[in-house]
Design a protein around this ligand. Structure first.
Ligand code: GLU
Length: 488
């Protein structure tokens, strides 16, 4: 195992957002590529908004994508994993207070007894003078006697920002240099004893020995405070990579109210997890192999390198996602496709278990090249599980109301009845021969037959589906269609 230790640190205040999934994926790929460790840490300090069911939903989203964690909290009956836990911030409060006390003892932080009124006044004064608000209270330089004189009065712990310049060497954003005097002495523990985000995240990353902090670029402005805290606490400084957000199709930040913001929406829509990880990584990373878009999970791990992470945010492109899904469906084995569509068929009320596993694999195989999402399997195969009750109106006008339709469909029915063996090749040869001798196009035979057998104008290849449907059913459906055409 390498020493690479990376993490995803979501706040469980909602579902797994597509942007968080992208960040998780990049960290996970890097860990898997380098033989490092991928950690899941729940930043659940916001007690008002954090909920166990959100944590569960996030874990479920990661699990669906196949982003497995080596260290992380208890989930779904699997106990917490890892030696540097706990992996929920709500269980780590003592560590934050211990580290804040260390900073206080070393003079790197100080107790600030300013009241809310005093702080408001400072803020108003700064606003009136049109400058950013700064802490200008007396406690930065207070003597130990002054502090002792305050007795049990509540205080905030403020970080004493040192003089100088801070640099963030960001793998994506380049070097960001900030004068420390731009940074106010910020609070790390509130007067009620609650540690704040900056302290918690740095203590966690430091004590969990994180080597690379890769997260959304909304945290870039926080990173300077984090670098200062890393140094003050004496932790090894990780590498930083601040990754661009995912944008929607109009170029705006992908709102959590939009369909698809929740990763599991894609599962409901019949997308494969393989597709989503392939697609999502391409929103922030370009492969070395120019123009290549299709990657399996293993191929992504193989190809992934940090130096090809992009700086600008990519727009979501549903067309490309749909195309990729079709490609990934084609890459499955028929058995795997069968297993994935089985619950979808059952949910649609189709009695799929009435067929053998071998038959269902054949059915999956003949749809594999055609269906854009797993959910399309229902429209492509429902006629296998129930009789044709209606025919598509447009197709009826075109194929059943055509001149000589009854004669043609009847002739096809007789031909079907007389074929020597009921299989794809024999049926195809018979249809082709009949078309050649009759002067009709093959389509003029195929389309009405498809309509008779399935009630539809699109679906799997006709001869494949006819073979699977079986001779008796096909003949019965041809008879029914002939009766119907006569009634028109
Ligand atoms: N909890 C933060 C978020 O969800 C992540 C902070 C971090 O990765 O450092 O945005």
């Amino acid at each position: 195992m390498s020493n690479v230790r990376v993490r995803i640190a979501p706040s469980p205040t909602g579902f797994l957002h597509i942007g968080t999934a992208k960040t998780a994926l990049i960290n996970w790929l890097f860990a898997r590529k380098t033989g490092g460790t991928f950690i899941l840490r729940l930043e659940d300090t916001d007690v008002e908004r954090s909920k166990d069911e959100y944590a569960e939903a996030m874990c479920e989203g990661l699990q669906w994508l196949g982003i497995d964690w080596d260290e992380g909290p208890e989930f779904g009956g699997v106990p917490e994993k890892g030696a540097l836990g706990p992996y929920k911030q709500s269980m780590r409060k003592d560590l934050y207070i211990q580290e804040a006390n260390r900073l206080l003892a070393e003079g790197k932080a100080y107790k600030c007894f300013c009241t809310k009124e005093e702080l408001d006044a400072m803020r108003e004064k700064a606003a009136a003078e049109k400058r950013p608000p700064r802490y200008e209270g007396p406690w930065r330089d207070a003597s130990s006697e002054q502090v002792a004189a305050m007795g049990d009065a509540p205080y905030a712990v403020r970080f004493r920002v040192p003089e100088g310049v801070t640099e963030i060497l960001d793998l994506v954003q380049g070097t960001v240099r900030i004068e420390n005097k731009e940074i106010d002495d910020f609070i790390i523990v509130k007067p009620n004893g609650e540690p704040l985000f900056h302290l918690a995240v740095v203590v966690d990353d430091g004590l969990m020995q994180i080597t690379h902090v890769m997260r959304g670029d909304d945290h870039l402005t926080n990173a300077v405070r984090h670098v200062l805290l890393f140094k003050a606490l004496g932790y090894a400084l990780p590498q930083f990579a601040h990754l661009p957000m995912v944008l929607d199709e109009t170029g705006k930040k992908y709102s959590k109210r939009l369909h698809g913001a929740n990763v599991l929406d894609w599962r409901d829509d019949g997308y494969l997890p393989e597709t989503i990880i392939n697609y999502v990584v391409l929103l922030g990373w370009t492969p070395a192999e120019e123009g290549r878009e299709l990657f399996s999970r293993e191929e992504l791990i193989e190809a992934f390198t940090l130096d090809r992470l992009g700086q600008s945010a990519a727009k979501f492109d549903l067309k490309k996602l749909q195309w990729l899904n079709g490609q990934h469906i084609r890459r499955l084995t028929p058995e795997s496709l069968r297993d994935r569509v089985l619950p979808i068929l059952q949910k649609a009320g189709l009695d799929a278990l009435s067929k053998s596993p071998e038959w269902l694999a054949k059915m999956a195989a003949i749809c594999q090249e055609k269906i854009p999402t797993l959910n399309d399997i229902v429209a492509y195969t429902d006629f296998f599980f129930r009789d044709v009750e209606a025919y598509e109106e447009k197709a009826v006008n075109k194929h059943f109301k055509a001149e000589g339709a009854v004669e043609r469909v009847s002739a096809l029915r007789e031909m079907m009845a007389s074929v020597a063996t009921w299989d794809h090749d024999t049926l195809k040869a018979a249809y082709e021969a009949k078309a050649a001798e009759s002067g009709f196009s093959l389509g003029q035979f195929v389309h009405p037959t498809r309509l008779a057998l399935t009630g539809k104008s699109v679906g799997p290849g006709l001869f494949e589906l006819a073979e699977l449907l079986g001779k008796d059913t096909c003949l019965a459906r041809m008879d029914k269609a002939i009766a119907y055409i006569k009634s028109l």
